[in-house]
Design a protein around this ligand. Sequence first.
Ligand SMILES: *Cc1c(COP(=O)(O)O)cnc(C)c1O
Length: 499
Amino acid sequence: MLYTSTRNKNVQISAAEAITKGISEDGGLFVPMEIPQVDAAFIASLQEKDYIERAVAVLGLFLKDFSEDELRAYARGAYGGGKFSGSSPAPVVAANDRLNILELWHGPTCAFKDMALQILPYLLTGSAKKIHNDKKIIILVATSGDTGKAALEGFCDVAGTGILVFYPVDGVSPMQKLQMTTQKGDNVGVCAINGNFDDAQNGVKAIFTAPAVKARLAENGYAFSSANSINWGRLVPQIVYYFSAYADMVNQGKLAFGEKMNVVVPTGNFGNILAAYYAKRMGLPVNKLICASNANNVLTDFIETGVYDRNRKFYTTISPSMDILISSNLERLLFMLSGGNDEEIRSLYRQLAETGTYRVSDAIAKAVKADFAAGYCDDAATRATIGRIFAQDGYLCDTHTAVAVTVYESYLAKTGDTTPAVIASTASPYKFSASVLDAVSGGEIHSADEFSMVHELEEKTGVPAPEQLRSLKGKTPRFTDVCKKEDMCKQVYAMLGIQ
Ligand SMILES: *Cc1c(COP(=O)(O)O)cnc(C)c1O
């Protein structure tokens, strides 16, 4: 199976090359040239399998240049060995008889990015070997919180790799900061920059694309790579859990085999929901994909009108991982719906770069509406949902999951579509303790800092906090460097020991 670029159909490369490169030179994203099809027997066979074997089966459909044994070793390394707590890395838990919650946050950093970032290092080092790239891979990350820690945990002590994370000094929560600055491992580095998230991201991009830096690294046996969410190696592991959820729903008697399910996803960069769309196109019985947004509702408008317009007010919300106005992975969907028309995609993304907006063709707009529904809610509604679901069902959900629940309940009321639904839950409630405590206590908080709030929330709800968050309190940071945004490249050289 070969991969092409959304902006240049002449590109035809292997999965290993697509994963090593991350993004195409023309600015496009890599997509498989055909979508593998599954039959009922394939889906039925997943019911008896554990998560690791489900991953081997689904990944094998896309990653044809990897052997089954290789994929099994990767999946075991990523999802076995006690890295995820509980009986499955991605269990479906019933909050009540309507809300089936796909909990994607039982990994080391308590957010769903672990599902992909635990396996990406294996895919990346395996890919580099296949294309005879013998350099040590250096991952550079600019983060506003969740991605940095998940990438650090994924690449920690992986042979043949190193990882450096930059974060805005005042731009992450105290909890996120301590999660990163206490990271263990001999191949990791973390540095704050004097600047905001855009400064960090621009700095990383500038380092990535400077030919002089690339040459200097090569002389020293290093090559850069990226762990961000446009890498195919991050998207493909996310397809697995929608198949897994379907098998679990059938096993739990929530679905008759072959019956369709709805999927609800709290969305930012459009990666997670796009993985569900791939699952549908492969033949998984999925009815509607329901795209849930917070006040940054650029995707709600797009799905309803066919116009993508990022020229709007940016809101800082209590579901910060969805505070995004450019949803990069949407480009992959548009490419598929255009029938693989690279010229059409180039034109849309030229318009987006020049004017901040585009309107898709009527054919694409219609196709989007056939598969997707969309909705959004504000912080007050998010808080109310957390409080109500906890009071009514004893189920505690985080702010991002609560956006999805809120949007799903309005969808249900509006459409009467009672197709059984699975709701992707993307973070542990304890990852956003301050907002969740605020929601369940009606604003009555007694703790002075986020770390004490973990304990207060635990006492208030009786829901146990993940050990890795509970034990953060009082830990001493290991990485305390703060650099000027102009000095990021120097910092990279210093961390790599390049003179
Ligand atoms: C990254 C993230 C999201 C958004 O996922 P996308 O794939 O970017 O749509 C939602 N919730 C949480 C907690 C996240 O970390």
